[in-house]
Design a protein around this ligand. Structure first.
Ligand SMILES: [Zn+2]
Length: 802
């Protein structure tokens, strides 16, 4: 026994794990592209630390008890639980919830949750017709008389997890019969309707999952058919709806597994890069799509839907396994740590629709047109006001926990997403080993692994090196390992492992500053995988709901309009990290419990204010000018900050820099319908027609047949010589029409005077009505209208010309 075990140790650095066949776990089966990384059975991984607590909060919070509060999850009379598929609430909500709820039970090994999910799964499994269709029968004619396949895609995910956790023998034949139905369904009507068509990549994932378990070749024909009929994401972004992007940008990558042509993978990567390049020039890992991405709306105040957060995480998890590219796991961590926690209250009993890098008031008031949708979007609620997210949020943390560890094709294990956990898995010739991972990551840079094995066994252990880490260091049994690993690679420790072997991985977290050139030169402060936000005092107030399930508004108690004062030569040197002593709290994602803060120098920018709706106004150019005193402010991780400034302006030394303008005074009106907004008139959003229901509008509703006015105010005289008005008219669906007549007045001193028009005051629909007039110097402009008898009216856009 003179062999030196250390000498046998091989250490290497790779860009991705090998894609050779031979995995000990269910991997892609020929002729599919071999898997780079494979999911382990759900019960293999036991999350610990804050992640385990997050799952426990989820079980005790909204997701675990959603049947108490969501009418869509009432078992009695539910179409999803009925053997005949007859009943109520047969659309996406129940499967959205069940797909995460079941996994929550499986990862926590929580028998109550597992049993609760089982009741629904049994109902679904009993609902299949002879021809293979299952679930609500109303879906068979859900889109213009054709089948709506979208909700079934979600239910397939719930069934896959159920099978992975239980091995229930009903599942595989059930799925096969459904895919046979898909194969037989007439091609021209297959995947009809907007949502099924644009999101069909999810359907492909389930078909290939089944193929990998049964090897029935005809399933590949179904997968091919789905790709053929799906919206085309290979030539670019096929829909600019936020959730469509987050789950469908990867559709070509799903097809790549079958087609094996790299152009498909490249298409998915290009979709991601396109969207992030245009709307993701902000911290937090998401992008601005406060329903849809909209040209001109890339400021860090634009929100990212909670559905988008969890779907992006899920997509990144899939792409990690398909490609082995560590960049995808990195992106998953970025959004999981920085954006996801702020989407919910700390007790996980309520959520909001939109999370943005810069948010200063989470009240229930209307924030359109600064964000796309009117009505309540930002305050926290456990109810159906955020119906899709309320159900879909369920899978975020459970899926994340299932992906911490992955199997490699060379019969090793990969630490893909770092969190305290335990994994028990087969390696090498099938020997079972357990690895205990101890860390407070992402709040700590050290990851400690301890191997337990009945007998020595050789296998490769892959350790992901994150994008932000230039000096990863490894010790095995306290001995430093000589290795230099680039960011976005894996360190592979390929050696004979003995019981009790220890690995220490250091991922040094340096403070750095990112500059967002496309967002006016704003900056974000990063340390490791965390981005930091201004700490803002929080005032929580209940505005609705019950004592057990309150709806909560969150407003600031301290100033937020700071720019950072950074050393020009070395921005990060101005920032001082302060780690709190003691153990990390069970719920570390709050301002009070954050384990780490950063001290920074800052000055207030008085012109940076909220708009008339209480929405933070957009960034202006950095560096900004400020005559305010320098202060020391505290930054906390974005994930801890529900009120947040994470894309900061910088402030120049002395009085250098751009002088910021205060937001323009909001237009005034004789009356504005509470559901509409005066801000719509000059939001710059071009109407498609006079009955464009997809954009913000101003109306005088429900004033009918009256004389009314709207007005722009200027703080100093402005030369104007023309206006153009796009009237709102919802003939066919409502009671707003173009006005009977109108005229334009300008303010000269205190007096309102009519302009000398060179043409008619037009009332044409579906176009701008432009009027030029003799130039005037005005401190205000006013449109006076006479509405048509018995109807109201409104304006989609009002432009003013010099
Ligand atoms: Zn949603």
């Amino acid at each position: 026994m003179s062999a030196n075990l250390d000498a046998q140790q091989q250490v290497r650095v790779v860009k991705a794990p090998p894609t050779t066949p031979g995995s000990l776990y269910t991997a892609n089966r020929a002729p599919l592209l071999p898997s780079a990384l494979c999911k382990l059975p759900i019960s293999s991984i036991t999350p610990r630390g804050w992640l385990e607590n997050m799952l426990r909060l989820e079980a005790d919070g909204m997701t675990g008890r959603l049947e108490e509060i969501s009418p869509w999850c009432k078992f009695e009379g539910n179409a999803w639980a009925s053997p005949t598929g007859e009943g109520d609430n047969g659309w996406e909500e129940l499967p959205y919830w069940l797909k995460g709820y079941g996994d929550l039970g499986y990862v926590l090994k929580d028998e109550t949750v597992i049993k609760g999910a089982r009741k629904w799964i049994d109902g679904v499994l009993s609902s299949q017709r002879e021809d293979g269709w299952f679930g609500p029968r109303n879906l068979l004619t859900g889109v213009d008389g054709k089948p709506d396949l979208w909700p079934n895609m979600l239910m397939l995910n719930a069934l896959q997890s159920f099978y992975e956790a239980t091995g229930d023998e009903r599942v595989l034949p059930f799925m096969a019969r459904y895919f046979r139905w898909e194969l037989n369904y007439p091609e021209q009507d297959f995947l009809a309707g907007f949502w099924p068509n644009v999101r069909a990549g999810d359907n492909i994932e389930s078909i290939l999952w089944l193929y990998n378990r049964t090897g029935e070749k005809w399933l590949l024909d179904v997968a091919e058919k789905v790709h053929r009929r799906a919206a085309d994401w290979t030539k670019g972004v096929a829909s600019w709806h936020g959730v469509n992007i987050t789950q469908s940008f990867r559709e070509p990558a799903m097809h790549y597994i079958q087609a094996k042509d790299p152009k498909f993978l490249q298409a998915a990567e290009r979709n991601y890069a396109t969207v992030m390049g245009l709307y993701g020039q902000v911290p937090g890992g998401g992008f601005g799509a406060d329903e849809n991405c909209r040209p001109g709306y890339g400021d860090p105040r634009q929100g990212f839907e909670t559905c988008s957060i969890v779907e992006f995480m899920h997509s990144f998890e899939m792409l990690t396994k398909i490609t082995g590219d560590p960049a995808w796991a990195d992106r998953c961590e970025e959004i999981a740590f920085n954006t996801f926690p702020a989407s919910m209250t700390p007790d996980l009993k309520a959520l909001h629709y939109l999370t943005a890098p810069n948010m200063i008031s989470l009240d229930p008031g209307n924030k359109a047109p600064g964000i796309q949708n009117g009505g309540t979007m930002l305050s926290y609620s456990p109810y159906g006001v955020y119906r899709c997210c309320q159900h879909n949020v369920s899978h975020g943390w459970p899926y994340y926990a299932e992906e911490l560890w992955l199997a490699t094709a060379d019969r090793g294990l990969c630490a893909s997403l770092y969190a305290a956990s335990e994994v028990t898995a087969k390696v090498a010739d099938g020997t079972s080993v357990t690895i205990r991972e101890q860390t407070e990551y992402p709040f700590e840079q050290t990851i400690r692994l301890r191997v337990s094995t009945a007998a020595p066994v050789r296998f490769p252990l892959y350790l992901r090196v994150p994008r932000w880490c230039a000096k990863a260091a490894v010790k095995v049994n306290a001995q430093a390992v000589s290795v230099t690993a680039e960011p976005l690679s894996y360190i592979v420790l390929d050696r004979e492992w003995k019981n009790g072997d220890r690995v220490t991985l250091e991922l040094p977290m340096e403070v750095s500053v990112r500059v967002w050139q496309k967002n006016k030169g704003a900056v974000s402060v990063d340390r490791g995988p965390l981005t930091y936000s201004l700490e803002i005092g929080e005032k929580w107030a209940k505005y609705g709901g019950t004592d057990g399930w309150p709806e909560l508004a969150l407003t600031p108690t301290t100033p937020w309009n700071y720019g950072l004062v950074l050393s020009p030569k070395s921005p990060a040197s101005s920032l001082q990290v302060v780690a709190k002593a003691g153990p990390v709290a069970a719920q570390p994602f709050t301002p009070e419990t954050t384990p780490v803060t950063i001290r920074a120098k800052a000055k207030r920018i008085p012109a940076w204010q909220a708009d008339a709706n209480g929405l933070i106004s957009v960034l202006q150019q950095s560096p900004a000018q400020s005559d305010q005193p320098e202060e020391t402010v505290t930054l906390i991780p974005m994930g801890c900050a529900r009120l947040r400034i994470a894309a900061f302006p910088t402030v120049g030394a002395a009085l250098e820099g751009q002088r910021w303008a205060a937001p323009p005074a909001p237009p005034l009106a004789s009356w504005c319908n509470p559901g509409d907004s005066v801000l719509a008139m000059n939001d710059g959003i071009e109407p498609a027609n006079s009955n464009d229901q997809g954009i913000p509008r101003f109306t005088w509703w429900d004033h009918r047949g009256t004389k009314e006015w709207v007005q722009y105010n200027y703080d100093k005289p402005r030369k104007v010589s023309g206006v153009a008005v796009y009237w709102f008219d919802d003939t066919g669906s409502g009671s707003c029409r173009v006005p009977k007549s109108w005229q334009l007045l300008y303010r000269d001193g205190e007096a309102w005077k009519p302009v000398k028009a060179k043409g008619e005051f037009g009332v044409k629909r579906d176009t701008y009505n432009r009027v030029d007039f003799e130039p005037v110097s005005a401190t205000g402009l006013r449109i006076e209208v006479e509405l048509q008898p018995e109807v109201s009216g409104g304006i989609l856009e009002w432009k003013v010309f010099e």
